[in-house]
Design a protein around this ligand. Sequence first.
Ligand SMILES: Cc1cc2nc3c(=O)[nH]c(=O)nc-3n(C[C@H](O)[C@H](O)[C@H](O)COP(=O)(O)O)c2cc1C
Length: 192
Amino acid sequence: MASKTAVTIKAAGSGAGNAPSKAGAPGDSYAPLDSAHFREAMSRIVTAVHILTTDGPAGRLGATVSAVCSVSDDPPSILVCVNRASRVHAAILKNRVYCVNTLQPNHQALSDAFAGRGNLDMDARFAMADWTSLATGCPGLKDASLSIDCEVFSITEMGTHSVIIGTVADVRMSDEDRSLVYIRRGYHSVSK
Ligand SMILES: Cc1cc2nc3c(=O)[nH]c(=O)nc-3n(C[C@H](O)[C@H](O)[C@H](O)COP(=O)(O)O)c2cc1C
C-alpha cells in the first residue's frame, strides 16, 4: 500500500491558511507552510541542550544543538539533525565521528558560545570548559550530564539539514540531577 508522509500544522485560530490544496506531486498536497510559522511552532517543544563535538582530520569543532534523539538500543544509536551550512557539519562528514554532550544549567554561556553568539573562534569556545578525549577521539565535556560518543552510520539529507545517525562507541554519565532545557527561545533549569 502506498504511504503518504505529509504533515499539516495549523495554528489555533488561523482559519483556513493551511487547508489542503489540490492533489499534485508528492509533497504538493498542502498549501506551503510559512517557515517562520513552523519555527515558532517548533519553539514550543521543550528540548535538552547539547554541545555537538567532533575531532579528526577536519579538526576539532563544536556547535550547540537540540535536535537529538535516541534511535535504537540494538545497536545503541542516536540521531542528530545538523544544518548543512554549519562548520561542524562539514567536519563530521570528514571525521566520521561525533559526540553529543548534554548540558547542565550552569552551561548557558557555553551553549551561547557554541551557537555562535559573541562570535568567538572555535579555540576560544573550547577554552571556556574542560574536555576529555573519548573513545573515538571526540571531545567530551567533563561536567556534562551525559556524553554520547558515536561513529557515523548514515547521513540523510532533508532540506537545509542532515539527519546523522551514529552508533554509540562510548557513554559517560554524571550524577547531576538538574538539566538545561530550551523552550520558546529561552533557557530554563529542570530537576528530576
Ligand atoms: C538552543 C539551541 C539549539 C540549537 N539546535 C540546533 C540543532 O539542533 N541543529 C543545528 O544545526 N543547529 C542548531 N542550533 C544552531 C547552531 O548552534 C548554530 O547555527 C551553529 O553553531 C552555527 O554554526 P557555525 O559556527 O558554523 O556558524 C541551535 C542553537 C541554539 C541556541
